[in-house]
Design a binder for this molecule. Sequence first.
Ligand code: MN
Length: 199
Amino acid sequence: MSIIQHDGKFLMPQLAYGANELSPVISGETFEYHYGKHLQAYVNNLNAALPGSGFENSTLEDIVKKSDGGIFNNAGQVLNHTLYFQQFKAPSEGNAPTGKIAAAIDNAFGSFDKFKAEFEAKGVSLFGSGWVWLSADANGKLVITQNKNADNPVTANLRPLLTFDVWEHAYYIDYRNARAAHLKALWSIIDWKVIEERF
Ligand code: MN
């Protein structure tokens, strides 16, 4: 089952929070541009590219796995941003994973703090535009990957769980060039229940 159903047209992902609820980590202005303009454009471009593409009845994940060129770029960005925006909730102090996902993180990375440090470092060192991901492989083992531009871990047969967007449009209004500060702030708005459900 795809994370977004469609009937010839993909829709914008539904979110459980309002435009200003992620503030000050992600301001209402950044949200309006990132969700309302950037993501909307990717959805519109994907829908415009579907007729005659052979992907009219494909799931979003299948399009990302099998396409290339413009349709891949737009489908990838719709999938990436859907997983990104649906993983957030209002900021809370000491926000951390619990249960199965917490145990898997400890197993794979030693501790939640070590995981966060490695994840942030991979986000900071990704040159240019792209995404840093936490994914599960076929055996349920957790891995961190850097994916450039519109790429998504499903292209490597991984199951994406958590992501930070390091395209400049994700943070430039609020943080200017301070990508590292933006990534550090994101931990307080991750909805770990959503991540555990994906796991
Ligand atoms: Mn983005």
